[in-house]
Design a protein around this ligand. Structure first.
Ligand code: S3P
Length: 455
């Protein structure tokens, strides 16, 4: 596709792949369960595939199919009371987590409670990501950490000791990993986070018969082990991924003439910090809740091109509710007139790449000043000086640092600027971690390819 004068407005409706976060959790609960769990709407990205491969290597039976509507359905027969039975008989079972931090952290939590030795490895990005803050509490429960640097080697213990634990940061991956361990502990564990992070685990636990006592005075819960999940009688249905929808929402709000509805998307309130920020900025975006799917609200989001935007200041304790949308929220702030402040988002530096720097670099390539501010309390904010304009030269060679969300951010930036930005093949391929079809569908709807490949 050649470069056109301007991108076509985004009109009509679309659906996005199933929610990656919910999918990982459904796959893990299913592996631990007695019985067969049917999961409908599994996303096809390589992250969830890493989780499926791992549970299969550990002895769960996995069968994948695509139904008549093109929806991926997976059936998982868990190991239940038998515990994991590695497929290959090696002293140390190797599990490749690819690019997926969720897979790695969930495996560490889940395997802490079984007396098997496992070595976890991953790609060049994953093997730089912090695991110590999770390994420390798991070791205090009884996990033996043979190597805490990558490849990480652990040996679990049965039963584990229960813990009270306060997470240093609001992290849904950590609290979920600790819950998996707490389910294999003998007694009551209490897990508290400083602010609320996504609560998909708490919602899904119920469907698998795991009783979690939510604390009323703090963000957290208690769980009493040992307790094993049970495959639900009804299938787990996964709504569309809000974080994938966020790229479309941003593009529609920024490309003149657009009026786009994302159908069937998850509307869990702990994920919607981006929508709150957009509405505070005056963006024409509306949310309509339709119903619940497996305890998760879903519905449609309509985004209509909005010319003028106010800057925004997000609330520090809500940062976990918009962390994955920070790249696109930063685009919106860049398009607003004035200074925006995204508070307490230092965790961005620890994602698939250092997203804090990647965002600053991308905005600066588009003529917008942005910088990180280190606060005295140790938190980090992102200041963006929006001037209502974004522009990037056609043919600009950019780097997405092999990070799917930064690569998609570049696609949206490029489309908004009516440009064609170049990324290398590995950056483009990284999109398949969460949204393999994104670039094709985006290019098709825009009438041109906003991203092209250089070698
Ligand atoms: C996720 C939690 C978040 C998020 C990640 C997915 C999850 O990470 O950034 O993309 O599924 O629990 P942290 O828990 O590390 O903040």
């Amino acid at each position: 596709m050649v470069l056109v004068d301007k991108p076509a407005p985004l009109i009509g409706s679309i659906i996005v792949p199933g929610d990656k976060s919910i999918a990982h959790r459904a796959v893990f609960f299913a592996a631990l369960s007695q019985g067969v769990t049917r999961i409908i709407g599994l996303p096809e990205g390589s992250d969830v595939r890493a989780s499926l491969n791992a549970i299969e290597s550990l002895g769960a039976k996995v069968s994948l199919a695509v139904d008549g509507n093109g929806i991926t359905v997976v059936e998982v027969e868990g190991w239940g009371d038998m515990g994991p039975k590695p497929r290959v008989s090696e002293d140390v079972l190797m599990l490749d987590c690819g690019n997926s931090g969720t897979t790695a952290r969930f495996l560490l939590g889940m395997l802490s409670g079984y007396p098997i030795t496992v070595r976890l490895d991953g790609d060049a990005s994953l093997t730089t990501r912090p695991m110590k803050r999770l390994l420390d509490p798991l070791c205090s429960m009884g996990l033996s950490c043979i190597s805490s640097s990558w490849p990480i080697e652990i040996r679990g213990e049965e039963p584990l000791k229960p813990i009270p634990f306060e997470l240093p940061v609001a992290s849904a991956q950590m609290k979920t990993a600790l819950l998996f361990a707490a389910m294999r502990a003998d007694g009551t564990s209490r897990i508290i986070e400083p602010a609320l992070s996504r609560d998909h685990t708490e919602r899904l636990a119920e469907a698998f018969g795991i009783r979690i006592e939510k604390l009323s005075s703090e963000h957290g819960f208690e769980v009493t082990g040992p307790i094993a999940p049970c495959a639900p009688d009804v299938p787990i249905a996964i709504p569309g991924d809000f974080s994938s929808a966020a790229f479309w929402i941003t593009a529609a709000l920024c490309i003149p003439g657009s009026d786009l509805t994302i159908e069937g998307v998850g509307l869990n309130p702990t994920r919607l910090g981006f929508i709150d920020a957009l509405q505070a900025m005056g963006a024409n975006v509306s949310v309509e809740r339709i119903d619940d799917l497996s305890s998760e609200p879903y519905g449609r989001i309509r985004a209509i091109y909005t010319g003028r935007l106010r800057p925004c200041e997000t609330v520090a304790c809500d940062s976990a509710m918009l962390i994955d949308e920070a790249p696109v929220l930063a685009i919106m702030c860049a398009r607003a007139m004035g200074k925006s402040l995204l508070r307490n988002i230092g965790e961005l530096a620890l994602k698939e790449c250092d997203r804090l720097n990647a965002i600053i670099e991308a905005l600066s390539a588009c003529g917008v000043k942005a910088r990180a501010i280190e606060n005295e309390d140790g938190s980090t904010d992102l200041l963006i000086c929006g001037n209502g304009e974004l522009s990037v030269s056609d043919g600009t060679k950019a780097s997405a640092y092999r990070d799917h969300r930064i690569a998609m951010m570049w696609a949206v930036l490029s489309a908004i600027c009516h440009a064609q930005v170049q990324l290398d093949a590995k950056d483009i391929d990284s999109i398949s971690v969460s949204y393999p079809g994104f670039l094709d569908e985006f290019s098709q709807r825009l009438g041109y390819a906003p991203i092209v490949r250089f070698e």
